[in-house]
Write a protein that binds this ligand. Structure first.
Ligand SMILES: Cc1cc2nc3c(=O)[nH]c(=O)nc-3n(C[C@H](O)[C@H](O)[C@H](O)COP(=O)(O)OP(=O)(O)OC[C@H]3O[C@@H](n4cnc5c(N)ncnc54)[C@H](O)[C@@H]3O)c2cc1C
Length: 216
């Protein structure tokens, strides 16, 4: 047998088995609810519950932190599989795994990992709050400020287009501690939904095309 590296596009037997389960859930548990979720612009909580139960919200969180102990590639394969049926559900899973969990795993302190990763794998949704009304692709121009206060930090500013913003219990909020330092002044804060002063704004209603609207 060849010992050449396997192309990422060819899943292993274990991955194929896992993807078959994800596909079954996507077809039976998600597809029948897609039209209704699109119409009301809201994620069905039953779907979120199953994503946690199947270990799909902590795919590459190591088992020692209560996760599924799989790889980043596994997470990507799951995200692709979910996107076949519902890109919105897929992006919920994507942000949780590839942005939130991954950032805490790579850059969090040991205490932060112990506190948050087991919860992210089993019960709380995470959000990655980077974009603002005036900074999208140009993320380094963000205006959210963080100032030292007592033994902590005070954040001021607002974020926009935050996936999972509505459902999350934990937010990775990007803010600058020193605007003069440019991108080097930007850092990330872990904000819990109940932290004083923090507020989730109103979600805009889903856009619908009226019968008389033009397509041009
Ligand atoms: C489905 C979805 C989920 C999202 N989830 C999150 C989230 O969880 N957290 C979060 O923080 N943000 C989120 N965002 C926001 C997303 O990160 C921004 O929409 C994105 O960064 C682009 O910013 P913008 O929309 O302001 O577009 P702009 O930055 O204004 O860009 C507009 C267009 O100009 C192009 N452009 C920009 N700069 C250049 C350049 N220098 N050269 C050439 N072309 C350029 C872009 O490619 C784009 O086509 C989400 C967006 C979407 C659509």
């Amino acid at each position: 047998m060849s010992d050449r590296p396997r192309p990422l596009t060819v899943p292993t037997e274990d991955q194929q088995q896992m993807l078959a389960e994800v596909r079954r859930f996507a077809e039976e548990g998600i597809r029948p609810r897609v039209a209704e979720m699109d119409a009301v612009g809201k994620l069905d909580p039953a779907i979120l519950k199953t994503l946690f139960e199947m270990g799909l919200m902590g795919i590459d969180i190591p088992e020692e932190y209560g996760g599924s102990g799989m790889s980043f590639t596994d997470a990507i394969l799951v995200i692709i599989e979910l996107a076949r049926v519902d890109p919105s559900v897929s992006v919920v899973c994507d942000v949780q795994n590839t942005l939130v969990n991954n950032a805490i795993r790579r850059w969090g302190t040991e205490a932060q990992k112990k506190k948050y990763l087991p919860k992210l794998a089993t019960e709380i949704v995470g959000a990655y709050a980077l974009s603002e009304a005036g900074s999208g692709s140009d993320a380094f121009s963000l205006r959210a400020r963080a100032t030292a206060e007592g033994d902590g930090w005070k954040l001021s500013g607002s974020k926009l287009w935050i996936t999972n913003g509505y459902e999350a219990g934990l937010y990775l909020v990007f803010a600058t501690v020193n605007p003069e330092a440019g991108y080097k002044g930007i850092t990330c804060f872990l904000v819990e939904r109940d932290d004083p002063g923090f507020k989730v704004g109103k979600k805009s209603a889903p856009r619908r095309r009226s019968r008389s609207s033009s397509t041009t």
